[in-house]
Design a protein around this ligand. Sequence first.
Ligand SMILES: [Zn+2]
Length: 150
Amino acid sequence: MIPRACVLHPERITDYPGGEELPPALAERFGAWLEERDLPDDLTTVPGHKLGGFMNWCTTDRPDALECGACRAPLELFLQFDTAEWWLGSWGPDGAPHRFRPLEERGREPVDGAEDPAREPVGMTVGRGGHGGLFVCAADPRHPVSFFTQ
Ligand SMILES: [Zn+2]
């Protein structure tokens, strides 16, 4: 997980929690809303390197108790590391660039396949090509941090 030298292009986005972090009835309504519109879930757990937001627990499911080991306060995602900044499926239904795709990449055609170097500008491979999150205590950021990979 050693990043290559690159340029940071911060982009402000809105990130929403995934279904695992929503009350079950709301998660079900959200899933039905997407299905009715034939939309992928492109509103939650934005991929890529980011500060804050919500992590996608696609590999292990979210831990039942995501809480600080020192005081039991909730843990919050502080920083996410990701192998890829965006995924090929992250395009709008009409082929328009998707909001997850970094602004500086929206003008270029996507390369078919997983070997597009523009998707991995940082050059870090997290785990086996996934992502990881550094979580901090919501009550006291001086408490020990936790790191989870997916
Ligand atoms: Zn704490």
